[in-house]
Ligand binder design. Structure first.
Ligand code: EPS
Length: 375
């Protein structure tokens, strides 16, 4: 399976082609649109989310809500294009009006200009923007449907915002049912404290990030590989998390916490129960030796504060070379709630790729039959 996205933040829309999906997978349009709405939500989201009403349009590969086995093309069109067509149209537009030369620290602006040429960072940010994740969430939702048919479920929650961290442990079921609306945290008091931190960030013209925890249950052992490093499941899943805008760290299980502990405090002792191998703990986060081990996958990702600050950090004007304050593009103060569903979606796509690589199968009956035969 191969997924490619395309589209610019203020262009006609965001697009995605998924090649290699088996036929006869049911596509739940309502579930996709619910995930898109979740991505637009969250305390601290910016003004763009008041313009867009994201919903998916499926342009190929699906008939009567069922995949055909041919490439599936997803589209999330930009309502804001009506306001930007004069500056973004492929067939000709005014490129002088929305030009960005005061490159923003923490964004792709400067490195992108040095790499792709030209002197207008708009040509970089339009693709680098987190708007791109809208169609990744739609793709992730399709991939979750396939995983769910195999009994594999994904959830997650916001564990910390701007340094307000929840150190408690939550079960998969509790996360699924108990995640709070405003920020996707689990604890009311901590969420209230976090929302106050977001308010003070906004008042100061600043931004904030956070920590997201992701869970996968029902994945059988043996996905990934210990034989070739490129196929190691932890490497692939962490790469998927790191591929999301603003992510600066990813870990599995204890992750960085394992570095300070002894082996007897880290490795999960094994026992047998009813013929099945189990582990007394799950500090490995469900992956050992590059392969799933049958326990719940536990991953965490660190999201940096959004790089567009209203107060603007000091930078250089790319054209004049003079020291200036960075451009203040419209932006969020905090987008951790959006990031949580985006990361779940990125994880779903990467897991779906790994599962289909191992199982093959041209239609869902074949895929399910092969998965069922695994230990
Ligand atoms: C976003 C869309 C963008 C930003 C934000 C998140 O829309 P616009 O640029 O028109 O405001 O609001 O993206 C960024 C701030 C960024 O730097 O990537 C979205 O849809 O998630």
């Amino acid at each position: 399976m191969r997924i490619t996205t395309a589209g610019e933040s203020h262009g006609k829309g965001l697009f995605c082609i998924i090649e290699g999906l088996p036929s006869q997978l049911t596509v739940d349009f309502e579930e996709i649109d619910t995930a898109l709405a979740l991505r637009q939500s969250g305390y601290g989201r910016g003004a763009r989310q008041k313009i867009e009403r994201d919903r998916v349009e499926i342009l190929s590969g699906v008939r009567n809500r069922m995949t055909l086995g041919s490439p599936v093309t997803l589209a999330v069109f930009n309502r804001d294009y009506a306001n930007w067509q004069a500056y973004m149209a492929a067939e000709g537009c005014d490129v002088s009006q929305r030009r960005l030369t005061k490159v923003r620290p923490g964004h792709a602006d400067l490195s992108g200009l040095l790499k792709y040429g030209g002197d207008d960072a708009r040509n970089i940010l339009e693709r680098a923007s987190a708007r791109e994740t809208a169609v990744r969430v739609a793709a992730g939702s399709v991939c979750r449907s396939l995983l769910r048919e195999l009994g594999v479920e994904i959830t997650g929650y916001v564990r910390a915002v701007a340094g307000v961290e929840d150190g408690a442990q939550y079960s998969f079921a509790h996360i699924q049912s108990g995640r709070l609306k405003e920020l996707g945290m689990m604890d009311e008091n901590l969420q209230r404290e976090a929302m106050e931190k977001i308010d003070s960030c906004k008042d100061a013209g600043d931004t904030c990030g956070g920590l997201i925890e992701l869970r996968v249950k029902g994945l059988k052992s043996g996905f990934g590989s210990c034989m070739t490093y490129r196929e190691k499941l932890d490497a692939r899943l962490c790469a998927a998390l790191m591929s999301v805008q603003a992510i600066k760290g990813a870990e599995v299980g204890l992750g960085f916490g394992a570095a300070a502990l002894c082996g007897s405090e880290v490795h999960d002792e094994i026992y047998k129960e009813g013929g099945a191998y189990r582990r007394k703990t799950n500090r490995a986060g469900g992956i050992e030796g590059g392969m799933s081990n049958g326990e719940e996958l536990v991953l965490r990702a660190a999201m940096k504060p959004i790089p567009t600050l209203m107060k603007g950090l000091s930078t250089v004007d790319y054209v004049t070379g003079e020291s200036v304050r960075a451009a203040a593009e419209r932006s969020d103060v905090c987008a951790v709630t959006a990031c949580e569903i985006i990361l779940e979606s990125a994880l779903a796509c990467a897991l779906c790729e790994a599962v289909l690589e191992r199982l093959g199968g041209d239609n869902m009956a074949e895929v399910k039959e092969r998965y069922g035969r695994l230990p």
